[in-house]
Design a protein around this ligand. Structure first.
Ligand code: NAP
Length: 550
């Protein structure tokens, strides 16, 4: 196929892949492009045909949206593919004569946004990296090839892919970035044991599991060694001073509760900032389908969180990849992160909860190599394979249904004779024919170097044990509150470790409020957003009329 452009008019009668709303949005974006750029698409018939077709249609749409993006189509095995060493179908290169940026696989689902973001950065010739990241990257004097393994429904993947892509834009002579879709590239996935995404492999050996804050990613990219605590030092060495931002309220955590709290605070006239160590969304972003949030009969967890986050961003800054490491309570409350310090009149803790572990042999060893806590991130790797889902609550059943839906052979393993999950989910599980092993616990995860191969199960009534061959095991046995930061400033916790907050979401520490899953209770999205609103309203009242001074 040639790269001949089709103008919008001649494309009118043609079949568009992108809905009209998305086309209008992209037209607006492309109109802002500084330089035109070329995208080169490589395909081979018989290799990932359905993805080839999707990529070709997507790229054809981009090509028809204006004059700034030119798409060239090539066949693998022909001259251009050989010259650029492209062997996997589909592959997309962005402005390959200037930048070593490659998408191995179709940038669909969550990855589409990063892809478009990268096009925009390349066209402007800027990396989008922070001042500190650029300073750190300037010391790099050898080559780095970064492969980021991703999947279309993984909420953490776009952030990590963006880290690598931005580094390649900033130092194209030394850093090359490749985003690999695991579902379309089984051989690479197995070779690099990328069963949990995002997984980043730098120069074939150095590995990062999960999404990293940008500066930490860059530090490790340069040093090729783990660098958890070194960002403050790096900042001092780069001569970048501590930045202090004055706000009225710092919200820690960008799940539904924290984002709602920030929105309500801003609407009361208070200046808020939301600090999130990972990406927006909390647990909801990992939930494949939400069916009990009023107003939406059914909505994907990521989509719901995008709507909430988009609304919050209209009011205040939501800073992702920024972990609050320390809180100091003085006349002002100070929250310190790796990037900056924030001084505020009040603090809202919406830090959520982390997934609980089983604590049996092999769980840690095979985590990321068969054992997972995120079905929407990693489920794609197990199509047509046998996996178990451990747990009997709403999460376990929702995720089991999702896996079944994408073609994974899933069996639920639950320790009791009845599920805790709501009736509707139990009915769906039965209707979909998902088998369940009741009164059964996992005693051990078993495997070899390449990953998990089986689990040892025990019948809790008879004590009988058996080995069950599986390729994957998803653990969904509840959550542990993220209350360490709270405990560090003297906030009272209950016996299960949840923050003790009253009906107004006040904690025992004046000017500190808590909401969402970190305070326990029924832990629903609706209660989380309600708690966020309550916390913001209470602190607004307290700031003008401090109850602790009465
Ligand atoms: P959960 O309700 O606490 O359920 C945890 C499940 O794991 C229970 O079935 C529990 O068994 C089992 N379990 C706990 N420790 C275990 C261990 N050591 N070994 C084996 N099994 C163990 O947690 P969740 O399902 O994550 O739900 C948390 C909250 O989020 C709930 O309030 C839920 O309603 C909410 N949620 C809502 C939705 C939705 O609305 N669609 C979706 C997901 C989550 P037992 O039953 O025997 O205790």
């Amino acid at each position: 196929m040639s790269g001949q452009k089709t103008n919008e008019k001649s494309g009118e009668g043609e079949d568009w892949l992108l809905p009209e709303e998305n086309r209008d949005h992209l037209r607006g974006l492309f109109a802002e492009m500084r330089e035109p750029l070329s995208l080169e698409v490589f395909t081979k018939d018989g290799q990932n045909d359905s993805y080839n077709e999707a990529v070709v249609r997507f790229m054809r749409d981009l090509d028809r949206l204006g004059d700034k993006v030119k798409v060239l189509f090539h066949k693998i095995g022909e001259g251009r593919a050989e010259k650029l060493k492209v062997f996997r179908s589909p592959t997309i290169l962005i402005e390959p004569d200037k930048y070593p940026i490659r998408y191995t696989g179709a940038p669909l689902g969550e990855e589409a946004r990063t892809f478009i973001g990268t096009i925009m950065l390349v066209s402007r010739g800027v990396s989008g990296l922070s001042e500190l990241s650029l300073a750190l990257l300037s010391s790099l004097d050898e080559t780095r090839h970064v492969r980021v393994f991703v999947s279309p429904a993984c909420p953490y993947c776009p952030g990590q892919a963006a880290n690598a892509l931005k580094a390649a834009i900033a130092r194209p002579g030394l850093v090359s970035a490749e985003v690999v879709e695991t579902g379309e590239n089984r051989e690479l996935t197995v070779k690099y044991q990328a069963h949990s995404v995002p997984l980043t492999v730098i120069n074939e050996t150095f590995r990062q599991k999960g999404f990293y804050p940008e500066e930490r990613f860059i530090l490790e990219l340069v040093g090729l060694k783990p660098s958890e605590e070194l960002i403050g030092k790096a900042k001092a060495e780069a001569g970048i001073g501590e930045e202090t931002t004055e706000v009225d309220v710092v919200v820690v955590g960008a799940g539904p509760s924290g984002l709602t709290a920030a929105m309500y605070a801003e609407r009361s006239g208070l200046k808020a900032v939301v600090l999130e160590k990972g990406v927006v969304g909390g647990q909801v972003a990992l939930t494949p389908e939400v069916e009990n949030y009023p107003g939406f009969k059914r909505i994907g967890g990521i989509q719901l969180m995008e709507l909430i986050a988009g609304q919050a961003r209209q009011y205040c800054q939501v800073r992702e990849g920024e972990e609050v490491r320390e809180v100091k309570i003085n006349e002002r409350i100070e929250a310190v992160t790796d990037r900056a310090a924030y001084k505020a009149k009040a603090l809202i803790l919406a830090t959520g909860a982390a997934s609980r572990k089983l604590g049996v042999p092999g769980e840690k060893k095979f985590f990321g190599r068969g054992v997972s806590v995120c079905a929407s991130c990693d489920g794609w790797n197990y199509k047509d394979k046998n996996v178990i889902m451990i747990g009997g609550g709403n999460t376990a059943l929702t995720e089991a249904l999702y896996l079944k839906n994408i073609g994974v052979n899933v069996t639920v393993v639950h320790r009791r004779d009845s599920f805790r999950a709501e009736e509707r989910l139990q009915e769906s599980l039965a209707r979909e024919g998902v088998p369940a092993l009741m009164n059964t616990v996992v005693k051990e995860f078993i495997g070899h170097e390449t990953g998990l191969t089986s689990v040892r199960l025990e019948d809790v009534n008879t004590g009988e044990q058996k080995e069950m061959p599986v390729s994957g095991a998803f653990v969904a046995i509840g959550w542990i509150p993220n209350s360490k930061l709270a405990a560090g400033i003297g906030v009272k916790l209950d016996e299960a470790g949840y923050i003790a907050a009253d009906r107004s979401m006040r904690t025992n520490v004046p000017r500190v409020y808590a909401c969402g899953d970190v305070i326990g209770g029924v832990r629903q999205i609706v209660t989380a957003v309600g708690g966020g609103a309550t916390a913001a309203v209470s602190l607004f009242e307290d700031i003008s009329n401090p109850y602790w001074r009465k």
